[in-house]
Design a protein around this ligand. Structure first.
Ligand code: SF4
Length: 152
């Protein structure tokens, strides 16, 4: 079983070094279409470390479960009713780098490739199956995250 605290710290460090420390100019207007996957036809794909990090952040905020996401627009389970991300600090790489065209467009691949590589290496070390859709991946690790919390 992975050490969850260490996994979350490693993932947040990857985001920090490769993305947050070297941001590109973008102008997000909070349209939040990118968080409504049926509208865009695109669902963020996450590695196991990212899923654990998102689930752990959700849990740390006192949440008891991850919503099942039955909304007609396919809204992300972490999207608040006010249109804001309720799991912002722990959101995955794709949410940090994939901007819609009006906001300036997605980060170019060469800007994110090192972060992708490190997240894939961590995925292998954790026994993951590679990137998976965000809602299913986070729900699958929820039990792991909550049982780990109970033992502390
Ligand atoms: S994690 Fe946050 S930013 Fe990413 S899709 Fe969900 S609500 Fe949007």
């Amino acid at each position: 079983m992975p050490d969850l605290t260490e996994t979350v710290a490693t993932v947040l460090d990857i985001y920090q070094r490769h993305i947050e420390a070297r941001p590109l100019e973008r102008h997000c207007e909070m349209r939040t279409q990118c968080c409504r996957f049926r509208l865009t036809g695109k669902t963020p794909m996450v590695t196991m470390g990212e899923a654990i990090t998102a689930a752990a952040g959700w849990r740390a905020a006192g949440r008891k479960s991850i919503p099942d996401g039955q909304q007609s627009d396919g809204a992300c389970p972490f999207l608040g009713s006010d249109g804001r991300c309720n799991n912002y600090k722990h959101r995955p790489l794709g949410c940090r780098t994939h901007f819609c065209d009006p906001a300036g467009g997605p980060y170019p691949r060469q800007h994110v490739i090192e972060a992708i590589r490190e997240l894939e290496h961590l995925d292998e070390a954790l026994g993951g199956d590679g990137p998976r859709p965000l809602p299913a991946a986070t729900r699958d690790v929820w039990k792991l995250v909550t049982s780990n919390n109970r033992r502390r």
